[in-house]
Structures are given as C-alpha cells and as structure tokens.
Write a protein that binds this ligand. Structure first.
Ligand SMILES: [Zn+2]
Length: 193
C-alpha cells in the first residue's frame, strides 16, 4: 500500500490517495480541490472510487471536478449524504458565504462495510459526533480519521449534526482499534498510535 497526500492551502485539509502498488488501483479520500486529479494523473494511477470521511464543504469541493474526469463511484456514510447538496448543512454557507455542493449521486455506507481495492481491503467504522455521518476508513496499518481524530486533538462539534457526547463515545470506541496503527487525519500531520 502507498499513501500520497495533497494538502489544500486555505483550510489545510488533507486529501489522500491510497493505492495498491500491485494493480495500480487507487481510492481518493476527500477530494477537496482540482489538485487531486492532477496528482492521480501524475502518479499514473487508476481510480476505483472516491471516499468521503464526512460531508463538510472543505473536504468535498473538488468532488464533481474529479468525477467528471474519472467516472467512478462516490461513497459517503448514509447520515452525511444530505450534507452534499446543502450549503447550510455542510457549513459552506456559514463559513465562506457561498454554497459548496456535490451534484454526483453518492452510494451510501454504513458501519462495518468493506470495499476492495486490488489486493487491499478498506473497512468502514462509523464515528459520529463531528457530523452524524463521520466515518474512519481502515486499510492495513493506516486509518483515515477525517475530522473525528487529529494527531493531538479531535473535531469540533458546533456545526450542523455535531454533538459533544457522541464524538466522545466514538473516540472511546475507536481508541483501542487504533493501537499500533497510523492515523491520517483530515487536517494536520499523521501520527502513529
Ligand atoms: Zn469537518
């Protein structure tokens, strides 16, 4: 498994390209802007699908553009599908004053789902609290935690669907599963647990 990272300038959000070196197949996690398609092209990879850790605007802004170039399925947890078409719910109208949306129709995920990517398997763990549909994606020793857990912090809970008690419950459930793994968060550096 190989992981490439594209970090966006304004909100510092991390977009990840996870690839199976044997087959050249890759998954794109949180395509925030056009930079991710250029990077996939530069690396010569074959995208299989796009995964969203959650539906906030700063993680989805490049989704339509990416899917116009690469016609692959888009996955998001069933609770966050509504965020993709609603600038209030995905916080764009509130925080940047214009609605960022996704027009592609997503396929929905739930806790315990698994997706195969060449010889790799990506497992889905539902970790609500930052939004109602946050998930962490487990792949080998890597865990893509979105805005649930950062290297030394956790996600905010003051936006639509956020809930303090719920994120603390999610983190309590998640911590034992992170032992020995490296987290790749939605913002900031990775960290080995
Ligand atoms: Zn977020």
């Amino acid at each position: 498994m190989r992981i490439d990272i594209v970090t966006e300038r304004y909100y510092g959000e991390n977009c990840y390209i996870v690839s199976d070196e044997k087959s050249g197949k890759c998954a794109v996690i949180d395509p925030a802007s056009h930079g991710i398609a250029l990077e996939v092209e530069r690396l010569g990879l074959k995208p299989e699908f796009v995964l969203l850790t959650h539906g906030h605007f700063d993680h989805i802004g490049g989704t339509d553009e990416f899917l116009e170039k690469y016609n692959v399925p888009l996955y998001v947890h069933e609770n966050d599908a509504e965020l993709l078409t609603d600038g209030y719910k995905n916080a764009s109208s509130l925080l940047i004053g214009e609605a960022v949306t996704v027009s592609a129709e997503p396929k929905t995920l739930k806790n315990g789902d698994a997706l195969s990517l060449g010889s790799l398997e990506i497992g889905v763990v539902h970790t609500p609290g930052h939004t109602r549909g946050c998930v962490c994606y487990f792949c080998g020793d890597a865990v893509f935690t979105g805005d649930t857990v950062f290297a030394y912090d956790r996600g905010r809970t003051d936006l639509y669907g956020g809930d303090e008690t719920t994120i603390l419950d999610s983190i309590r459930k998640l911590m034992p599963m992170l032992k020995g793994k490296t987290i790749y968060p939605g913002h900031g550096p990775e960290r080995k647990f």
